[in-house]
Ligand binder design. Sequence first.
Ligand SMILES: [Cu+2]
Length: 104
Amino acid sequence: MTRSRPLAIWALLQTAALTAPLALAGACEQPVDEKTVRVDIEGMVCTSCEQGIGHALERLEGVAASEVDHKQGRAEVRYDANKVTPEQIVTTINELGYTASLAN
Ligand SMILES: [Cu+2]
């Protein structure tokens, strides 16, 4: 059986060639579907409120950036719609003790 060894190596290479791209595809990130949502927030009274909400939002996976304005009582949040929903953003703010709702 002198041919079994090269054959085994050939089979191994074939397997590697077939599975390597698949493995890479699996490790690949989903495409980013970036969106912006505006949230009305009641209960903010100072810049600490803005910062607390901003930090909480940016800890949410999928939130790219947020701008929170306590004077206007709103926030603008950039997020990846493949990772997080506007509802999760609203819930996160509500859990901090504010009253948030999606702005139209
Ligand atoms: Cu405050």
